[in-house]
Design a protein around this ligand. Sequence first.
Ligand code: URA
Length: 440
Amino acid sequence: MNPVRTIQQKRDGERLTHEDIAVFLNGYVGGEIPDYQMAALAMAIYFQGMDPEETAALTEAMLRSGDVLARTSSAAPRVGKHSTGGVGDKVSLVLAPLLACCGLAVPKLSGRGLGPTGGTLDKLEAIPGFRTNLSAEEIARQVDEVGCVITGQTADLVPADRKLYALRDVTGTVPSVPLITASVMSKKLAENLDALVLDVKWGSGASMKQQDDARRLARSMLDVAQRASLPATALVTDMNQPLGRMVGTAVEVQESLATLAGQGPEDLVELTLALGAELLVMAARSSGAEAGGFGHARLPALDEARATLRRQLDSGRALEKFRQMVLAQGGDPDSPLELAPATEIVAVRGGFVASIDCEAIGYAVIALGGGRQKLGETIDPSVGLEVHVRLGQPVSAGERVATLFARPRGLDVAKSLVRQAILIGNQPPPPSPLIVERLP
Ligand code: URA
């Protein structure tokens, strides 16, 4: 294979074969193809796209670049969730222990925040001692003993993604449906799951600003899942206001703990239960519930599954499972989470909350030191913010709309970003559902 020819073909809108893609990617991972040629191909893919066969071939080549997590002796169905990222999105912290309470195995590999959306690992590391660098053996043991684990990707899983993502990040090639699909789905397939649910977000705090683009991404990821025989569904969800009220790291852990104790904000609870119900139903199907397996006489309906999950939150069992997970990963579940001093932001006029620029909210947290703009920057877990208002809510002049948990660093920048982000208008915006669509 001549790499220049492959780049030219894609540049000119031709289809690449399975073999072209596999040989190019293996050459890149092995060091024979340099960064500049991979960057050129990524840019050609960005402009020309890939059809479903090409996208599946790229995903498979990436998956084959490394190991997959081993199945353990446990008979519990292994399930996973992936969110395309949003502001205040703490669903994983609640959902993993919640599903483990229902007898499912959740080997969750998560990432760090970069740009305005936070990362699950950064949030969990706000808990003193919490380890996010477990080995494959530690992951397997914890899945068997606790039922859930949330940790970073190990070095041996999908090394192609680590190398390619870093390159895409600095070459303007992240927002491409086939490249995102291959990146996400290669990692999800490496978790060796029985069922997957995707939360594909659209809106001001999502990478997909338009609903149609989110739908396209969801369909592309579902197509790859289907080709890999992995049962999967996707919810297209609204990210035009933060999920829950808290945005940051320690503050999001606190809100997750409240949710695990049955006291969560309505939107976070609704989305967590909806995603979890999808997995309970798919897991029951994969373990033969229709034939009477997995303790069910029949397949549970989605609303029944939601009610089962709700009971686990209300009973305190999900919170207890979270504490077990924290202890197993070296964290102290009783350690108080320190917050920086509070500064309030009030509405300068009365009216209705017309829009919330979630990206600006995310950048405010970064300005305070609670997120990172470059890989490797350290995060101050004590900073963050609470948004007190929801879209369409009436507010009066002088009413509190947000609280910043802040140190002097970046406080003025963050205040100005939050003031501009929460727009008060004369009319409420048209109502927009949190869960827009369920696919397929
Ligand atoms: N998250 C990923 O893991 N990969 C992408 O390409 C984009 C977001």
